[in-house]
Design a protein around this ligand. Structure first.
Ligand SMILES: [Zn+2]
Length: 193
């Protein structure tokens, strides 16, 4: 069973590897990701937020299980981006934290669907923001890296997440780095070769 991981879990800082194949168990993993995303009231979720080192993310801008469209992007790449716009963002990897992030207004994204079709989308608005936030995740970048003006409050919040992570690790709820490396390597061997 997949589980949401929180900052500063090391898998949130890796660069995800492109998928070389798709199979039924990947479909099952993606279904689990949608369940987790809806359960936590998210609108997008990158694979490394559930400890998978794979280059894929899911999204549903409505955040509701039975409305909108469930989008899956495999091996996404932003090919063009233009304009800038600021808006409030949050992240399931740092629950409760919000802040203003500057993003491109419009992006052109290339990716593949689960059935191997190439996707070329030009989007703006909320979905463009989601896509940039999720592709950042796949490159090991978090929205807090892009929040510059929240100084002391942000530092406090981040320290709280770090203290919680250290405690969970001491209690054995989170494996050590070499065990995490091993877990990730197993996924890479299965999907990225
Ligand atoms: Zn996020």
């Amino acid at each position: 069973m997949l589980q949401l991981i929180h900052y500063p879990h090391p898998t949130l800082r890796i660069t995800s590897k492109p998928l070389a194949r798709v199979d039924d168990s990947l479909r099952d993993l993606i279904e689990q990701m949608f369940e987790i995303m809806y359960e936590h009231r998210g609108v997008g979720l990158a694979a490394n937020q559930v400890n998978l080192p794979l280059r894929l993310f899911i999204a549903n801008p409505t955040g509701e299980k039975d409305s909108g469209e469930e989008l899956v992007f495999l091996n996404p790449v932003i090919q063009k981006a233009s304009g800038t716009i600021e808006a409030d963002e949050g992240c399931l990897s740092l629950p409760g934290l919000h802040g203003t992030v500057k993003r491109n207004k419009t992006v052109q994204v290339n990716a593949y669907s689960m059935d191997g079709k190439e996707i070329n989308l030009k989007v703006d608005g909320f979905l463009a923001r989601i896509i940039q936030h999720e592709i950042d995740h796949l490159d090991g970048v978090l929205f807090i890296d892009r929040m510059f003006d929240q100084g002391a409050i942000l530092a406090d919040e981040i320290a709280r997440f770090e203290a919680r992570f250290d405690k969970q690790r001491e209690e054995g709820q989170i494996p050590d780095d070499s065990k995490l490396d091993q877990q990730r390597q197993t996924w890479l061997d299965k999907y990225c070769r």
